[in-house]
Design a protein around this ligand. Structure first.
Ligand code: COA
Ligand code: MG
Length: 288
């Protein structure tokens, strides 16, 4: 699975931002046709994204596009405009049912067959960002073409009538519901946007908190947010060294017939081993 520590959006009709995005070394670029694009620019966004997919070299960055929600009336034109250019994946916002993912899955599979592309080479990421979506996560998250679930903080707050705060405490339940559904189905979980995009300190705190909760990445909306977020979602040298120590000492203690043992005054047993393995997997995915 592609590493998606930072997922950078830009309006799909904004050629300047799209061309800038490919120079940034960001893990994932997502050209948006949904709420980042004005209603009278939807058609222009489709044409501009298709042009970007044809003409630009995205380097190591993953290339995604976000379509409008299934049921908006725009989704079919959106997906048909971009699929011929074999992008890496589609983001579907405001998903509330398995059938909405299946709708896109069928269209994508038909395109893969028609063009002779490997089946499943185009992935689906979904935004779950409404009350109904959170309630239905259990059935949605099992879809076989899914790679990741994205937590839309602002949309979820609007959906339940919450007032957004800097601590984001009002979003904790939705964030953790998504994390649990992702962990149970081996999916990546991608955290909320810090919309106060000029506040680098708030961004770092929120990104580190999200990484600690278990998210694998975070959405960003401005180039300056990408490096902060990519660092926060990359295990530090200390974390990697400690994980390696747990793995090696765990093996020794097992051989000695001990399930639990002490390391630096802390109790270590199986769950800590599993967590250490996750840290190393994450470091590897981030190219460490
Ligand atoms: N992707 C790529 N480039 C971006 C960018 C983005 N998301 N946001 C800004 N830039 C570029 C600008 O074009 C500008 O480029 P330049 O230096 O070559 O002229 C540079 O980065 C600095 O931009 P800045 O002037 O600080 O930002 P702004 O005031 O023009 O725009 C926002 C601020 C928030 C409106 C803009 O960042 C944006 O539209 N973000 C994406 C919003 C979005 O897609 N939302 C939907 C998903 S949640
Ligand atoms: Mg949204």
């Amino acid at each position: 699975m592609h590493s998606r520590r930072a997922l950078l959006y830009m309006p799909g009709d904004n050629w300047k931002m799209i061309t800038k995005s490919v120079t940034l070394g960001v893990d994932t670029i997502c050209m948006d046709m949904e709420d980042g694009t004005a209603i009278n620019k939807k058609a222009e966004a489709r044409v501009t994204i298709a042009k970007a997919l044809r003409e630009l070299d995205f380097g190591a960055s993953e290339k995604l596009a976000r379509i409008n929600s299934v049921g908006s009336g725009w989704e079919k034109d959106d997906i048909e405009a971009i699929l011929p250019y074999h992008l890496d994946g589609i983001v579907i916002p405001k998903v509330e049912s398995f059938e909405q993912v299946e709708w896109a899955g069928r269209i994508i599979e038909a395109a893969e067959l028609k063009n002779g592309w490997p089946i499943n080479s185009i992935r689906i990421l979904i935004g779950v960002e409404t009350a109904r979506g959170i309630l239905n996560l259990k059935e949605i998250a099992v879809h076989p073409r899914l790679d990741a679930i994205i937590c839309g903080g602002e949309d979820f707050a609007a959906s339940i009538g919450a007032t957004r705060t800097k601590s984001a405490i009002e979003l904790l339940y939705a964030r953790q519901a998504i994390l649990v559904a992702c962990a149970a189905n081996d999916l990546q979980a991608i955290d909320i946007v810090t919309i106060d995009y000029k506040d680098q300190k708030a961004l770092r705190i929120e990104a580190e908190f999200g990484a600690g909760l278990g998210f694998s990445g975070k959405q960003v909306v401005h180039p300056n947010q990408a490096p902060v977020v990519q660092t926060a979602f990359t295990p530090s040298d200390e974390a990697i060294a400690y994980a390696k120590r747990i793995i090696s000492t765990f093996e020794t203690s097992q051989k000695e017939g001990k399930g639990a043992y002490a390391l630096d005054g802390k109790m270590i047993d199986m769950p800590l081993l599993k967590n250490a393995q996750k840290v190393l997997a994450r470091a590897k995915a981030a190219g460490r």
